[in-house]
Design a protein around this ligand. Structure first.
Ligand SMILES: [Cu+2]
Length: 139
């Protein structure tokens, strides 16, 4: 019986994992980012883009509060809290995305391949788990 329960739990977590992977957007590089923002998450939470490409960005805020989408420079990950020092190391951001708002913009993907941290800079939101990844790959 114990073994059976373990198998059920394993299958359930595997299904969750598959779902997460399907939603991750972490596969082939794309020149568009379409993100749904909620309190307190980015969905998907991994975006793969080609280095140096022009990226179309679209975000909808389905949360109750204001949020932001902030890409940090390579090697400048936020630790603990988003601070004014972090603000100086922002690669690109779309901030003041109000509740219920849909915003569109464009930006040029970084030319250096690597994994860039994405955060929400509203106080307390990074701490609440609003973190994602921008994976930049060579074209
Ligand atoms: Cu936020």
């Amino acid at each position: 019986m114990k073994k059976f329960l373990f198998c059920v739990a394993f299958a359930a977590s595997f299904a969750l994992l598959l779902t997460a992977c399907g939603n991750s957007g972490g596969g082939a590089p794309s020149t568009s980012i379409n993100v749904t923002i909620t309190d307190f998450a980015f969905t998907p939470n991994t975006f793969t883009v080609p280095a140096g490409a022009k990226i179309s960005f679209s975000a909808v805020n389905n949360g109750a509060g204001e949020h932001s989408f902030v890409i940090m420079k390579l090697g400048h990950d936020v630790v603990g809290h988003f601070t004014s020092a972090d603000q100086a190391n922002v690669y690109w951001e779309k901030d003041h995305i109000a509740s219920g708002q849909t915003v569109s913009d464009t930006f040029t993907a970084p030319s250096d391949p690597g994994t860039y941290q994405i955060v929400c800079s509203v106080p307390g939101h990074f701490e609440a788990g609003m973190v994602a990844k921008l994976v930049v790959v060579k074209q």
